[in-house]
Design a protein around this ligand. Structure first.
Ligand SMILES: N[C@@H](CCC(=O)N[C@@H](CS)C(=O)NCC(=O)O)C(=O)O
Length: 269
């Protein structure tokens, strides 16, 4: 099994947490979307949306995050020898929470909280990468064109305050619902840690990364307590903590920033 992913990608974090929690071995390939690695023709041919993560098991390739997590659960059931059936797979309630959390798209919210200077620089770099890849692989030109249009559209949408307002409203509604639920149960879907938690944890980690912990987490006492608890899990430490806890986040971000700057300077896309 192969997973094409990156520590920056929220959906990649969800799938990796699921793999760690279920103890599934896989071959890991880092594809950094900020340096435009997701536009390399070898990856792009398999996945013209260029989105991460991509999970591959032989000829079976999955792009959807929830579907991937459910597939991982089924693999875990079979490899534990529990046989056929859905024992060990997410219940209807867990699935409902997973879908509800997944409905919030972090894209505009995240980009709106990145200082303009960095965001515009990286966006321009990725567009240059796209143009360079298009020239190298004319057969993929129309798919690269779609990606280029998407990049311009993203920049355009970020100028519209309504887009951020809606995303924020959606997030606040979701967190309020989680806060109320955590008043009743220890984890999102009950007393046991489930795949619903796996889908929520990266959302909280993203808010912390964007320095928004006070505004969204600390003001919700149940979520604040839950956040402190889930950070102790080995899966969290391996998938998120090791890249973003404390000073590590600067190391991770600066490495990518230098790469983008040097490539821009040398005009090597
Ligand atoms: N296929 C995923 C969405 C994945 C997604 O949006 N990935 C983001 C990162 S979390 C991405 O790869 N963005 C890079 C790009 O769009 O070029 C799903 O719908 O479940």
């Amino acid at each position: 099994m192969q997973l094409y992913h990156h520590p920056y990608s929220l959906d990649s974090q969800k799938v990796r947490l699921a793999l760690e929690e279920k103890g599934i071995d896989y071959t890991s390939y880092h594809v950094n979307p900020i340096t435009g690695k997701n536009m390399d023709s070898s990856f792009f041919r398999m996945n013209p949306s260029a989105k991460l993560p991509v999970f591959q098991n032989g000829s079976h390739i999955i792009f959807d995050t929830i579907e991937t997590i459910q597939y991982i659960e089924r693999i875990a059931v079979f490899s534990s020898g529990n046989g056929i059936g859905d024992i060990g797979c997410s219940s209807g309630e867990v699935l409902e929470w997973m879908r509800k959390i997944q409905e919030w798209n972090p894209k505009y919210f995240t980009l709106a909280h990145v200082p303009d200077k960095y965001r515009i620089y990286v966006s321009k770099f990725v567009r240059q990468v796209l143009i360079a890849r298009m020239a190298e692989s004319p057969a993929l030109a129309s798919a690269y064109h779609c990606k280029l249009r998407e990049a311009y559209d993203t920049e355009h949408k970020l100028k519209d305050p309504e887009v951020l307002r809606r995303s924020k409203e959606h997030l606040v509604g979701l967190l309020d619902e989680v806060e109320a639920q955590l008043n009743e149960t220890t984890y999102v879907a009950g007393e046991e840690f489930t795949m619903a938690d796996v889908v929520l944890i990266p959302v909280l980690a993203r808010l912390v990364l964007l320095n928004l912990k006070d505004e969204y987490i600390n003001c919700r006492p149940n979520i604040a307590e839950y956040w402190a608890m889930v950070q102790q899990r080995a899966s969290y430490k391996r998938v998120i903590g090791r890249y973003f806890n404390g000073w590590r986040k600067y190391k991770t971000l600066i490495k990518t920033w230098f790469f983008v700057q040097i490539r821009t300077l040398l005009k090597r896309y």
